[in-house]
Design a protein around this ligand. Structure first.
Ligand code: GDP
Length: 527
């Protein structure tokens, strides 16, 4: 195997999907601890709604100086190079969260064991499903009373439509949490309280039936454990790597992120089974990760809100080959050759100048307004990567301009901001309104702030009753015309010039879909 292939095969690039408060931040911190990227717990700051009331979100963006660097975290584990991509979660949840999932090869789903499958997780799973991303599941907070593990698996299977295969089975919970039993290695891993912030050797026993364990659990709970274990063992027989890689099966692990238990098992599972970078689809052809020529796409642009540092970083996922400092790249959309000498990498915490990076890694390019979401960069070949779409927004606001003389600047600003992926713009056919669409509410704040700072346009937003949008596609011209006539009042053109349907409600959307079966109502649009 060549050195290049070896380096690429070692890469594991993943993100965490979860509902707010399930434990993503805590898990991230413990993963970094095990990856030796941080020395002790407490170094990763949680970014919470309450800490950043939207009114004072300038300070949040200053803090975002930190979050830019923590957007991607890289560390070594089990001879692998692990890239953990942060998915904005609380107030900063938005389209970026979705798009980050287009740049990973697998995802870790963290579920609060007491709450089960929650709404945000359902949404994020839908995005993962578009690319059949392999999912590893972690049931968190076993140090508390959680739901019955078997019914949790049922819930995941029913709600998320993915088959669960437990790798470990929890023994006890809450005060009586003994540990987890490995279904494949017949070992009991014992949980010890009070070691949340450090790495300790986890004590193991062969088998699970030991007098002291029985005594600790009590006969009743021990029997409950063996009963459910039997069912878990039967399910575990269905494990198949192929089905996992196809996104049909998810291995399920149990533990407590706060108690730092189960985290190394997550990393073992990811390094052992999660895929290395494979191939990426481009309009022209599929690009193999191990090809020697460099290529990649931009999935996120992060603007620094601090006016003193107007640098924007474009996050590029390398799809093939290797980045080397000073290399020339073809910025495919512009057909322009650029020399990249100052890409940044993200070694957990510090933004560092980068010498080299491989397929699967994320690099940051300094962007002075020329890079857009979805842009491809290659070492020469014309490749346009696909699968970095716009996602149908679910939040809408009508823009109200304070100074009507500034409508030109407003148009320009919105155009630019939508190309950057900060928001989406829709122009209804029935009036001259400008409607903004977003996935997360903070996106509107960002837009208002940036319009003011960068384009000197002051505007406010008004609520408008639109539930979601769909991009309209129809090869049958006559059917399309008929639909356009009927739906005229609900139609708009988006920032990219595409026809969209602004659905006043989900029910209305469903009715229209039934009424016009020839028309495709797409929930994503390629860049
Ligand atoms: P996020 O919103 O998903 O990033 O969640 P956090 O990691 O910030 O966790 C939310 C809350 O749950 C915090 O108060 C954590 O201390 C707590 N928490 C996280 N993991 C555990 C766990 O394993 N056990 C318990 N008891 N609490 C946890």
């Amino acid at each position: 195997m060549s050195n290049l292939t070896q380096e690429i095969q070692k890469r594991r690039t993943f993100a965490i999907i979860s509902h707010p408060d399930a434990g993503k931040t805590t898990m991230t911190e413990k993963l970094l601890l095990w990856g030796k990227a941080i020395q002790s717990a407490g170094e990763v700051k949680s970014r919470k709604t309450d800490k950043h009331a939207t009114s004072d979100w300038m300070s949040m963006e200053q803090e975002r100086g930190i979050s830019i660097t923590t957007s991607v975290m890289q560390f070594d584990y089990n001879d692998c190079v692990v890239n953990l991509l942060d998915t904005p979660g609380h107030a900063d949840f938005g389209e970026d969260t979705y798009r980050t999932l287009t740049a990973v090869d697998s995802a870790l789903m963290v579920i609060d064991g007491a709450k089960g499958v929650e709404e945000r997780t359902i949404k994020l799973m839908e995005i993962c499903r578009m690319r059949d991303t392999p999912i590893i599941s972690f049931v968190n907070k076993l140090d508390r009373e959680i739901q019955d593990p078997l019914s949790l698996l049922d819930e995941i299977e029913n709600v998320l439509k993915i088959k669960c295969v437990p790798f470990f089975w929890p023994m006890g919970m809450g005060q009586d949490f003994v540990g987890v039993y490995g279904l494949f290695d017949d070992k009991l891993y014992l949980y010890k309280k009070g070691h949340g912030g450090e790495i300790i050797d986890i004590e193991t026993r062969d088998g699970y039936d030991h007098p002291d364990v029985r005594e600790r659990l009590g006969e009743l709970m021990f029997n409950a454990f063996t009963d459910s274990l039997e069912l878990a063992q039967m399910t575990a027989e269905d494990w198949s790597v192929e089905a996992f890689l196809a996104g049909e099966i998810t291995p399920v692990l149990f533990g407590t992120a706060l108690g730092n238990f189960g985290v190394n098992m997550v990393l073992d599972t990811i390094t052992k089974y999660a895929p290395a970078p494979q191939s990426a689809p481009a309009v022209e052809r599929a690009v193999l990760a191990t090809e020697s020529e460099f290529s990649g796409f931009v999935f996120k642009i992060q603007a620094n809100m601090d006016p003193r540092h107007r640098d924007r970083i474009a996050f590029l996922r390398i799809c093939s080959g290797k980045y080397e400092k000073g290399m020339k790249m073809n910025h495919v959309r512009l057909g322009k050759e650029v020399r990249i000498s100052d890409a940044v990498t993200f070694l957990a915490g510090d933004r560092q100048a980068l010498e080299e990076a491989y397929a699967g890694d994320i690099i940051g390019l300094h962007n002075h307004g020329t890079i857009q979401i979805g842009d491809s960069f290659t070492s020469g070949e014309v490749l346009n990567f696909t699968g970095i779409p716009h996602f149908a927004p679910e939040l809408f606001r009508r823009v109200v301009l304070k100074d009507p003389m500034k409508s030109k600047q407003l148009q320009k600003g919105l155009q630019q901001l939508s190309e950057e992926g900060a928001t989406q713009v829709f122009m209804p056919q029935i009036n001259n309104d400008l409607i903004l669409g977003a996935v997360g509410v903070l996106q509107f704040e960002v837009v208002a702030h940036r319009l003011k700072e960068e384009y000197k346009v002051q505007c406010s937003f008004e609520p408008i009753s639109i539930a979601t949008v769909r991009w309209i596609h129809c090869d049958d011209k006559a059917a399309l015309e008929k639909f356009k006539k009927k739906a005229h009042d609900q139609l708009s053109i988006d920032g990219g010039g595409y026809l969209t349907y602004l659905a006043p409600s989900r029910v209305n959307l469903q009715l229209m879909q039934e009424r016009y079966p020839e028309v495709e109502f797409r929930s994503t649009r390629e860049h």
